[in-house]
Design a protein around this ligand. Structure first.
Ligand code: HEM
Length: 237
């Protein structure tokens, strides 16, 4: 199908939203699980980060899929928003059934704010341009090393702790993560609707599961800046 064909097809656009959304949701789940290693300790988080960086070309393939998904997701959401504004009537066939929760009515706005948050987050932790003074190498001796070999690796634990010790930075992350939660809640439900799982008898279960998943992700992620601010983590820097 040509680009114009894609732009004209609402059904295809919704499928693109669902697939790219699923890729992004999956990334957030894996990223949240990886970030939880900070509670195990400095070595766990830094080893995990070193492992990801050691993936080399595989990491770049994952990044390419993520970037492509994010771009397609954003372009398609803008296109659907304009279509909805032009057509006004219901966005979904089962709109009467789906309670128009706050999260569902604010998708485009939470999406724009999440994009701003992710751009800041990448400048902060990935490109390390907003707070370069928080970026340190770690000289690390593997536990199982036979000789006194010393490896230089990126001290992601120290960077995260030093970042979140600044209350303003922590607040930006807490707000950003809550917005991600709101967005995720409705996004997962929309995804299942697009795939045709919108029947009355099991859609409430899908709603409950998506809300529970969104709450778990938010609680896990906000617990990091909160724990740093309260001094529960950070003793190892
Ligand atoms: C408290 C919340 C979060 C923390 C502590 C956190 C931590 C980090 C850290 C430390 C990195 C750099 C990893 C490295 O270079 O080794 C990173 C990268 C990244 N984070 Fe987060 N993150 C959080 C929330 C989020 C959220 C909510 C999203 C998405 C909506 C997100 C998306 C990303 C992306 C796309 C990258 C770049 C990955 C790459 O380099 O390929 N993060 N995050």
């Amino acid at each position: 199908m040509s680009l114009f064909g894609y732009l004209r097809s609402t059904i295809l656009s919704k499928v693109v939203m669902a697939i790219t959304g699923a890729v992004l949701v999956l990334y957030v789940i894996v990223h949240t699980a990886g970030n939880m290693l900070i509670f195990i300790g400095k070595d766990s988080l830094n080893s995990y980060s070193a492992f990801l960086h050691s993936l080399g070309p595989i990491l770049w393939i994952i990044r390419a899929v993520l970037i492509l998904s994010a771009i397609l997701h954003i372009i398609t959401s803008i296109k659907l928003k304009f279509e909805n504004l032009a057509a006004k009537p219901s966005k979904y066939a089962v709109k009467n059934y789906l309670k128009a929760k706050l999260s569902s009515r604010t998708m485009i706005w939470t999406g724009i704010m999440i994009l701003s948050f992710v751009v800041y987050h990448l400048l902060h932790f990935t490109f390390r341009t907003t707070n370069p003074q928080h970026y340190y190498p770690e000289f690390y001796q593997p536990h199982n090393a036979v000789s006194s070999i010393i490896i230089e690796r990126f001290d992601v634990y120290r960077m995260v702790v030093l970042g979140f010790q600044n209350p303003l930075i922590s607040i930006v992350y807490i707000v950003g993560v809550i917005l991600v939660g709101f967005h995720l809640d409705h996004a997962i439900q929309s995804m299942f609707q697009t795939l045709g799982y919108n029947q009355k008898h099991y859609f409430p279960t899908i709603q409950k599961c998506s809300t529970t998943l969104a709450i778990i992700i938010v609680l896990c992620l906000v617990s990091i800046p909160i724990s740093v601010l309260l001094g529960f983590i950070g003793g190892e820097i």
